[in-house]
Each structure stands twice: as structure tokens, then as C-alpha cells.
Design a protein. Sequence first.
Length: 118
Amino acid sequence: MSPPTPKPEWQPTQARVTACKYEFGGQNALTLGIRTDPNRFLISFTYYAHAKAYTGEFTSPTYLEQDARFPITYNPLNPQENSKSASSSAGRSPLFAIGVAGSVILSLVYLTFMRGCN
């Protein structure tokens, strides 16, 4: 049995803020109108890895000026993976997808019952 391949060390670089937009806290049907996300800023940024530009987004409770620079790390085997984007997008997408799917299912059930009433 061969030894496991060591994971590469993520490489440091500087990212540059390309946009900072204010997002209001969200409400959704799954939480019965209770706000789950606080008001926050959506930060868009670019960085260079292996002589190629990559982009990412993350949320922050504080405002960042456009063109501000900040340190990040990226995966040298998959440079679009970075230390900022990887952690922020994981919590949003599944909840949004569940809400959309639930909405579609409820609509179909409603239409089925209404069709049966005629």
C-alpha cells in the first residue's frame, strides 16, 4: 500500500477589491420570516495565480474600499479555490436551492388540487 500523497501547501498572494455592495439581511419561507443573515457587504475581488487572473466573492460585516488589497491563499493545483471564497459560498446555495425546490413543489401540489376541484 502506497503512502498517501501529501496535500500541496496553499500559496499566498494579494487580492484586489473590485466591488463592495451592501446586502440587506434576508428573510425566507423556511425560517418563517425570521432574519437569518445579518446586513452585510458582498465583496468581489481578483487575484493572480500562475500568471492568470481569478475572481471571487465573500461577505463581510465591514466595508472595503474598491482597489483595497488584502492577503489570501489559493490552492496551487486548483487556483480558483481560495481562502476567502471557499468558506463564504457554502452556506448560501443549499438553503436557496431548498427554498426554490420547496416553492416549486408547493405550487405543483396547489395546481393539482385546483385542477381536481373543477
